[in-house]
Design a protein around this ligand. Sequence first.
Ligand code: ADP
Ligand code: MG
Length: 457
Amino acid sequence: MARGTILAVDDEKNLLELIQMGLEFAGYDVITAMNATEALTHAKEEAIDLAVVDLQLGDTDGITLMESLHLVSPEMPVIILTGYGSISNAVEAMKRGAYSYFTKPFDSEVLLFEIGKIMETRRMSSEIERLQGLLESKYSFSNIVARSKKMQDVLETISRIAKTDSTVLLLGESGTGKDLIAKAIHLASDRKERPFVAINCAALPEALLESNLFGHEKGAFSGAIRETKGLFLQAHGGTIFLDEIGDMPLAIQAKILRVIQERQIRPVGSEKVINVDVRIITATNKNLEEQVRLELFREDLYYRIHVIPIHLPALRERKEDIPPLVDFFVQKAASLMKKDIKGVTPQAMQKLMLYEWPGNIRELENVIEYAAAMTDREYITDDLVLQTKGVVSQEPVQPLKQAKDAFEKSYLIYLLETCKGNISEAAKYAGKYRADLYDLLKKHKLSPDDFKKRGLA
Ligand SMILES: Nc1ncnc2c1ncn2[C@@H]1O[C@H](COP(=O)(O)OP(=O)(O)O)[C@@H](O)[C@H]1O
Ligand SMILES: [Mg+2]
């Protein structure tokens, strides 16, 4: 890969070729121009990292060209080449924004060295910006526990798409965190200072849902005594979250399609259309393809909202997240209830690890909240968790091999959690050789390192 793209501008053909050769030899992509017009065209059409510009050009002077270049890309470093003895011009160039200047004839080694330095500084500062962006987004995800690879991937995706305006579809069983992720996407976007408006499309009858979404005119229907502003308008500039979109009546689906395509709404009983600027996030726990097949969901709308699908895995598919989630909810409950609770006992954790969690994280949160309310000890004991529920799988009976594997994985996670990722200790508890334990971990794609740190910083 090239080290960067450099625009070289000189009206002396020979010198221009010389500069080009030197730069290409050093690994840069070079675009050449013999006059200001050509140079500006390139600057507008290509991504250029740096420009080397001769002071004397046929159609204009290098300083004027530099200023025009800076109008196109203000950050672009420009090096000015001046003829021998025109020091005052060089000073003038620096004053007007040149990065540095070279007096002809110059040593091309020195020029290359200078360019290398500039490129490196630029690379570093864009790297720092990138890292700061990552930190910021991590920070806004601080209330999301994500130790498992699957959830790390979800966070990675949402930090990447948050700043776009693309429609998002969150898929996952009830309680897997769809609401939480929708909010996180909004908070990580440039719309975060603007409203986040959520509506559950399954909760309202059709007519009410429609007037809630789009607003209505006074007298649009009996009971409409005032004109109201719909949720789309309330969300203007921000994000609207259409939860349970799989349960939306077909007639309203057609209207949502229109909003997505035209970015316009029409209040109930009104002739006028209103432009709205909203980011749309949708969610469902239904299988939308199935709904499309059953003609309960419009196929065209399905494709419109399926732009960025994000699947939130069920908790039973990412049991590594259970221990940090337990910690998270214990701390939350303890501070809310002003109780001194430090965690759960190993027996209680084992019980939590073996359960299948049909209600996902919401169920886990409730179980911990209940236990925290009931306990009078520092560590929640196993008799307080999942009392009424069997810890056995609620799935239909599994083949023995599958059940064994599932148990093995849960056991290993629990073991690593207890030993905080210390393999020697874990091997001792398990009565296994270290090498055998490593093999088992590899089989289940678990890494001891993940258990050395606590959750996501
Ligand atoms: N990764 C997570 N980290 C911490 N809390 C979570 C996480 N996922 C979900 N929760 C919590 O679990 C509960 C259920 O999540 P929610 O977003 O309402 O699920 P859904 O909308 O999919 O039914 C909420 O209290 C939420 O804050
Ligand atoms: Mg929800």
